[in-house]
Design a protein around this ligand. Structure first.
Ligand SMILES: Cc1ncc(COP(=O)(O)O)c(C=O)c1O
Length: 425
């Protein structure tokens, strides 16, 4: 499959028609468990001597197709799905860091990730240092001997600043830390972070991957391009008591051990696994991902240009606008299009913004992004409402900000809806 191009992999990757029934559609393996051939087979599966299905919390043939397809699309070595994007992020962090360790993250994050890093990880003794995006000096200064990973979103939610992946990867490489990239807003159709030095890619599949707002799920993809054999990554270099003293870095020298350990330790023991039905929904969505992203990007570009010229609009952020602060980085990293998100401030502040959202007819007021349908939200009072004013500022949320996820409807209907709502704002 690797020889094929992106749109072909999106349709075929990881799946071949069933050899016995010859069904072309991917079966949904709605099963909790698998029958072992004999006691030896069961013993080998559990001791990781032999790969195979054990129990759906650890893996499932339908989920495996999604994992393989997304890994192929990103150019990774292996992937592990999870119950949500949030679970994929949590599994990733605890697959590297433990109590007493630190992680470093660029601060312009999705609100849920911000809270996970800032409030939940400290409960486990893991501290997160937040640094401004693309600030090389601040990143370098944040590194200590306790640092275990660097984290960024490709396009921050909701500020829409574009990450300078080569710059951040350069810092990560210099200190031999893995770079974890949440590429939810870009998807492999627009950006492939491994090509710029990322080591692990995360997606919330609940967004553009699925593309229809029908399921929650997430995935972490291992680039297989990081050397874990370093005493600082003691989860990989010290004997694991849960596997009778197995040392991951020694036992599986050429394997993507980050993914292998994620499946057999965090996924197995915390249990936030995807469901086969949701994996199937995401695979249906993936088939049209490149086509949909093309339309999302075209529509969003037109919406951004329309808003930028509108007298009732105070400011607009879209990386594809020439005057946008991220446009230079977008020209480098987002050559296929700048994504489906547009944020802007209506004149009249928070009240103007709320009146605008309440006047929309086609756009749905929804706390989600990446659906085929156009959607609008006021982040300050919803997705980022748990954050203090200062934290909201750090995450790139202005009080008057309206967030638009531009769908794939006819652009004229989208623009007409925005026009009538702006008239009332
Ligand atoms: C950039 C980003 N990452 C992760 C998540 C979390 O994903 P999920 O809702 O699937 O847990 C979201 C959700 O909005 C997001 O926007």
């Amino acid at each position: 499959m690797k020889k094929y191009r992106l749109s072909t992999i999106a349709v075929h990757g990881g799946h071949q028609p069933d050899p016995t029934e010859l069904s072309v559609g991917l079966p949904i393996h709605r099963t909790t468990s698998y029958s072992y051939r004999n006691a030896e087979h069961a013993r080998n599966l559990f001791s990781l001597k032999e790969p195979g299905n054990i129990y759906t919390r650890l893996g499932n043939p339908t989920m495996n197709v999604l994992e393989e397809r997304l890994s192929l699309l990103e150019g990774g070595a292996a992937a592990v799905s999870a119950a949500s994007g949030t679970a994929a992020i949590f599994n990733t962090v605890i697959n590297v860091a433990q109590a007493g360790d630190e992680i470093i993250s660029c601060s312009n994050l999705y609100g849920g990730t911000f809270t996970l890093f800032d409030a939940i990880l400290p409960q486990l003794g893991i501290r997160c240092k937040l640094v401004p995006l693309n600030d090389e000096a601040a990143l370098n200064a944040a590194v200590t001997d306790k640092s275990r990973l660097i984290y960024t979103e490709t396009i921050g939610n909701p500020g829409l600043d574009v990450a300078d992946l080569e710059l951040i990867a350069g810092v990560a490489r210099k200190h031999h830390l893995p770079l974890v990239v949440d590429s939810t807003f870009t998807t492999p159709a627009l950006l492939r972070p491994f090509e710029y030095g990322a080591n692990i890619i995360i997606h919330s599949c609940s967004k553009w991957i699925g593309g229809h707002g029908t399921g929650i799920g997430g995935i972490a993809i291992d680039g297989g391009n990081f050397d874990w054999n370093d005493p600082r990554f003691s989860l990989y270099t010290q004997p694991d008591p849960n596997y009778h003293g197995l040392v991951w870095a020694d036992a599986f020298k050429d394997a993507p051990i980050f993914a292998l350990r994620m499946r057999t330790v965090p996924l197995r023991n915390i249990g936030a696994c995807l469901s086969p039905d949701n994996a199937w929904l995401f695979l249906q969505g993936l088939e049209t991902l490149p086509l949909r992203m093309e339309r999302h990007c075209q529509n969003a570009q037109k919406v951004a240009e329309y808003l930028a010229a509108h007298p009732k609009v105070k400011w607009v952020r879209y990386p594809g606008l020439k005057e946008d602060p991220s446009n230079g980085l977008a020209r480098k990293y987002l050559t296929q299009g700048c994504g489906g998100m547009v944020v802007f401030g209506v004149k009249g502040g928070r009240t103007g913004g709320e009146r605008f959202i309440d006047s929309l007819k086609l756009f749905l007021q929804v706390a989600n992004v990446g659906d085929a349908k156009s959607m609008a939200l006021h982040p300050g009072s919803t997705t980022h409402s748990q954050l203090s004013d200062e934290q909201q500022r750090m995450a790139g949320v202005a009080p008057e900000m309206v967030r638009l996820s531009i769908g794939i409807e006819d652009i004229n209907d989208i623009l007409e809806d925005l026009e009538q709502a702006l008239e009332k704002a």
